[in-house]
Design a protein around this ligand. Sequence first.
Ligand SMILES: Nc1ncnc2c1ncn2[C@@H]1O[C@H](COP(=O)(O)OP(=O)(O)OP(=O)(O)O)[C@@H](O)[C@H]1O
Ligand SMILES: [Mg+2]
Length: 309
Amino acid sequence: MTQFILFGGKGGVGKTTCAAATALKLSEEGDKILIASTDPAHSLSDSFEKKIGSREKEIFPNLWAVEINPKEEMQKLKEKLADAPEMPNMPGLPGMNPAEMLGGLSDMGSMPGMDEMAAFDLFLKYMDSEEYDYVIFDTAPTGHTLKFLSLPELMDSWVGKMIKFKLQVSNALNMFKQLLPFTEPKEDKSLENLEKMKARIEKGKLILTNPSKTNFVIVTIPQEMAISESVRAVKQLEEFGIPVKKIIVNQIQPEHKSCAFCTARRKLHKEKLNEIHKKFKKKQIVEVELSKDEIKGKKKLEEFARVLK
Ligand SMILES: Nc1ncnc2c1ncn2[C@@H]1O[C@H](COP(=O)(O)OP(=O)(O)OP(=O)(O)O)[C@@H](O)[C@H]1O
Ligand SMILES: [Mg+2]
């Protein structure tokens, strides 16, 4: 049974580092791991110091990685559709090339939340594969992407019923068209597709909200703004029924008695840590100090993973 670990948190706190270190450690313990990222900056490649592409690749024994760039994927889809035939003219609707229709979406690659959306899409893809023991996500879907989880309920609501009704009408229209000469018989699968999507999202929701299948880890730093954001993130996730068991507090100032600046910072960080412990009483809090080097490459990631434990 595949288990999922998702790492979420504010920019730059150490999500990629925590995800990479966890993936490496689990793979060394003998589990088959996939680590997936949709960060266009290719930070997984940098972290592992390995070239990773949009196809799953074994970068270390038992450790597979994939890095998807949402913008590139959108571009590929557009190119594929550029050769697609024109849609037939319909009364009141101009003939439109599917690529043109996508044209309006061309900026989507830079839209905020696009990488989380792509991560959610990847999650739906991998939830059915029993190929790996663990699938680890560097970019985790956040609040606004998780709104998709409400789709099944929405489809059952009156809005959804209206959409279904409209699709049924258009299916019926298509049936009529098939009876007429000179028109291409065309099967409309949209209703069926919508139902399939609903079923997939329902399944995704079951997996995401099952603590024995999914583990959502929040990474944060001992700083006021990051803490407030983590509180919001945990609240939002739990509203969707996704439990957060572990919080990693990264980049804590280490002790250097001879350095006044470091001592002051450490004192401040200790206060923030107290606050974090109070705010997240029931959660496992893992504390990680700031190290003098960047955490990059196998050796450093292995060291980092030992602290994470
Ligand atoms: N405990 C630490 N000590 C020293 N350097 C660290 C530590 N944790 C992370 N770093 C470094 O900080 C930088 C940011 O970390 P990372 O890329 O993991 O953050 P992120 O949350 O994934 O960022 P982004 O939001 O941009 O994806 C990296 O260069 C990483 O090596
Ligand atoms: Mg990152």
